[in-house]
Design a protein around this ligand. Sequence first.
Ligand SMILES: *Cc1c(COP(=O)(O)O)cnc(C)c1O
Length: 377
Amino acid sequence: MQFRDLGAQYRALKEEIDGAVLDVMSSGQYIGGSPVRELEEQLAGYVGAKHCITCANGTDALQLALMAWGVGPGDAVFVPDFTFFSSGEVVSAVGATPVFVDVDERSFNISPARLEEAVRTIGVEGQLVPRAVVAVDLFGLPADYPAIREVCDSHQLLLLEDGAQGFGGSIGGKMACSFGDISTTSFFPAKPLGCYGDGGAVFTDDDGWAELVRSYAVHGKGSMKYDNVRVGMNSRLDSMQAAVLLVKLRAFADHEVEDVNRVAAWYDEALAGTGLVLPERYEGFTSSWAQYTVQLSEEVDRAALQAGLKDRGVPTMVYYPKPMHRQQAFSGACSCPDGCPVTDRLCETVLSLPMGPYVTQNDVAMIAASLGEALTE
Ligand SMILES: *Cc1c(COP(=O)(O)O)cnc(C)c1O
């Protein structure tokens, strides 16, 4: 058993993917061209955003958004403490200061109440100008955008949705990657919608920001590539990845999001009564289940449990073992008003189980049985 079985997905879509890749090979055009344009149109349509700009990866996508907004030195950007490093890294990369905010213990996503407190604290301190919030759709569940948007509106903050794990989720039928003033995603292979290398995308309804993101992604181009009006970067999705994604997006929209929700329901049922804290569901929210993450009680030796599961052929992962504000890279260069006790505890107690649209009900039964055994040894 694999933690995320990308091979099973390839076998299911092999004929179409092979054909699409070979078409690119024989077209002679390997950067840009029609697959990239078509993909951007389809992604924008799927998400319900006016503009989609593809780029090299999900980290660049976040950085491009901050660059388009001119976020930089002296600015505070609020980021959940429980996330992948990129969400905070890009803030420091543009010279701004990440302010880490604790998360909700059940949704794993940024706590709107703690966000409100952090924005006020930073405002009162007066050292930094509150500019933007990076909200992360952790493990596939959209963050609490109705509440986060209220905080942003009352403090004139820009909202950046980091949908690297959230692509395919929704709130009340509105799709993830449409909640931010700018939203981003990643096509890293193991994400809900992955390619066969690196890739990312930026979404926005704003024409001006879309143009700026396109410019920053192509060396700060002006009217054309050799007219450079600002210092940008080189960040593009190649045609081969676009061709793969066009095939995968069809399967994703057609059945994979449903499939992975069925797997989550099997897990809920199989793990009920084990004493594990299972992922919470929220009225109107749909997750794309980048991860199925349970919480162990504090007495459980997580490393021993992982070893016991590994012996039984069940791979597991710890997302994430370290809070952002405790990362050496941010030492002295971030703020974490009042600490983040929930994140501190989650980093000790979470465990992610094998997940993906091609996990079977038998797999889930076997994982649940193994967990039952390993928890009692
Ligand atoms: C994976 C991920 C990213 C970065 O995406 P890359 O394509 O690997 O650069 C950013 N934010 C979150 C929450 C992620 O999970």
